[in-house]
Each structure stands twice: as structure tokens, then as C-alpha cells.
Write a protein that binds this ligand. Sequence first.
Ligand code: COA
Length: 361
Amino acid sequence: MANGLDDVVAADTVLSDVDGAGGHLTIRGHSLTELAGHWRYGQVVRLLFDGFFDELPGDAELERAIGKARVEVFERLQPMLGQLAPLDIYSAMRAGIALLPDGEELADALRLVAAPTVLTPALLRLTRGEKPVAPDARAGHAADMLRMLGGPSSPALAKALDTYLVTVCDHGLNASTFATRVVASTQAGLASAILAGLGALKGPLHGGAPGPVIEMLDAIEASGDAAAWLSDEIARGERIMGFGHRIYRVRDPRADVLKAVVRRLGTRSETGSRLAFAETVEQAALEVLKVAKPQRSIQTNVEFYTALLLEAAGFPKEAFSNVFAAGRVAGWIAHAREQQATGRLIRPQSRYVGPVPDLVA
Ligand code: COA
């Protein structure tokens, strides 16, 4: 039996399709390359939510409603932020989201879309001893996140972050989306379903990989020999972060989209030299993995260039998974609604392989 449910089809969805052999990602009838860099995150939220909520407004109105939801989340949760801030940044964000209403309406969904974008900068500022900055309802979603963070900000950086959020908005039945659908199938509220997704996303085999990618790049830079460092890791049975995927047997298409975004941020800047170094590490990793695991095609995944993009946007590596959640939350909500609409509880079976009780005659 495959413990990882490999190749098991557990849902019909109109939301996204991952073509692992061809290296294509389709999101509601659009290719990733059609959306990333061309559609704003708010527009993609609308695309994903379409048909799953009554009276969904048009793009501009929905983006304004997301802006208002950012302000509402900030006002609701501000009194609790001081208590959450000592937790690690991911747990603090999750705990904040657990304090939101567990309803089913569009307003509940928009609060959940807003929450990671609002909570992450506020919590980061508190841990640095700074006062949180309130959201601006009229700003773009990504631009407002950077503004609240208070680091470097520019239209180019806001566009880069927005493109990132679009790129990771949905991705088939990955572990966190499956967890979200399982909870949604019990007809629990949207916040409960999203909390399940957040739990699954945290692990390094899923959304927890980009922080360790930065640690790996720093360690390789210090060692001075990428191939030797990577070979040692493999020899010790470690996995190379940012490489490999359950579905893709070719390069993850999101990796190229994000790499192009990082490149556009400037070839002569600090980001440019970081990118050049990362490219040499990527080549070395692909060669080392080809030799060490010839039975498996292990290619670059989304997390490798996510790490560079979020570093350039001014996020510390501890907060990378929070930003991933800020993008993926829209996909989770749409999947939760799609699952609830089937009215069917997800309840598979296990095969008992434990000891059997003695039968007393
Ligand atoms: N580094 C080294 N070896 C890797 C690897 C990696 N990144 N990814 C897979 N492998 C190896 C496994 O060790 C295994 O080798 P073995 O047959 O000698 O035991 C083989 O490839 C098959 O691995 P398997 O565990 O069946 O693959 P999977 O489908 O479960 O892997 C991931 C998917 C994402 C969990 C895996 O590639 C991984 O751990 N990657 C690193 C973490 C990461 O980047 N996560 C973000 C994913 S978007």
C-alpha cells in the first residue's frame, strides 16, 4: 500500500491541474504564465471564488472588500498581538487566525484572505520592538503587506510579491489542500478548514522548505564548494531543500516564473549577485542529485526561488511560510467550498495490521 496516497484521485476539482509530466500548471482554465505577472492577486482570488459564494462582486469591488477586510482583521486582532508575538512567527499567525469567526460567508472568506497578510508584518514588527503599522484599505494587497512590514518598498517589489502570491495561489491536491478539504467535508467552518491547511503547510516537505533554502545557500557560501557540500548532505541521508516533487518529474513551472521575477528585480544589485550564486548552487544540486538518485528525476521546485524572492522583498526566512500561506489561502478557501458543495464526508479506511485480541472461548 502507498502510504503517501500516490496517484490516488480523491476529488474532482475545477480549480487547478498539475501536469507533472509536462510541467504545466492550470488555474481555472488559465495557464500559470497567463496569470503570473499579468493578473493581480485580488483578481485571482475572484477567479478562484467564482461560483462558490453568492453575489461575488467584480474585480475592483472585491479588491476594495479585501482591503476593508485587512483593516477589520487588524482592528479585531490588535489587542491580542502582544500575547501572540513571543510565539514563533508561523504559530503566532495561526493562533491569530484561530481567533477569527468560523463562518461560511464571503465576509468570513475575505477575513481569512486578509489575515496572513496583516498578521505577518504586525508580528514581525512587534518582535523587533516596533509598533505595528495599520493596513491601508485603498492600497494593493501586496503593496500594503510591504508597507506594513516597513522595509524597502517600491512598485517593482510590490509587483514581485503580488506575482508570488498569484504563483502559489493553488496547486492541485497538495497536502495542505487535502487537509483543508477533509476538514471542510465535515461541514466545519472556513476558519477550521484553513487552520488544517496551515498545519500541513508548515512542514519542511511542503511549505516549510524556503527558509531552509536560505540556510543551505549561506552554508554553501561559507563552505566554498557547492558540489562537496551537497554530496555530503546526500551521503548523510539529508534532502536538498528546494528540489524534488511528488508530482513533477520535470522542472516545476513556478520555479521559472519566480526566477524571472527575481531577475527583474535587478541584475546589478545585491539580489542580482544572490541570484547568480543561487544559479550555480542549483546547477550543482541538479548534477549531484542526478548521480546520487538516478532512479528518480529530481528537479528544482517552487521553494528554491521563493526563498530568493521573499528575501529580496525584505522578509526574514522565519516568515517565508507565512507569506506562502498568504497566497495559498485563496486556493484553500475555494477548495473548502468546492468540497462542502459535494455534501460528502471524506472518510477513507485503514487496514488494521496490529495485534488481534485473544478470543476467549
Ligand atoms: N534531496 C535528496 N533526495 C531526494 C529529494 C531531495 N530534495 N527529493 C526526493 N529525494 C529522493 C528520496 O530520498 C528518495 O530516494 P531513495 O529512493 O534513495 O530513498 C527518492 O528521491 C524518492 O523520494 P520520495 O520520498 O518518494 O519522493 P516524494 O515524492 O515523497 O518527494 C518531496 C517529494 C517534496 C517530499 C521531496 O522531493 C523532498 O523532500 N524535497 C525537499 C523538500 C522540499 O523542497 N519541499 C518543498 C516541496 S514543493
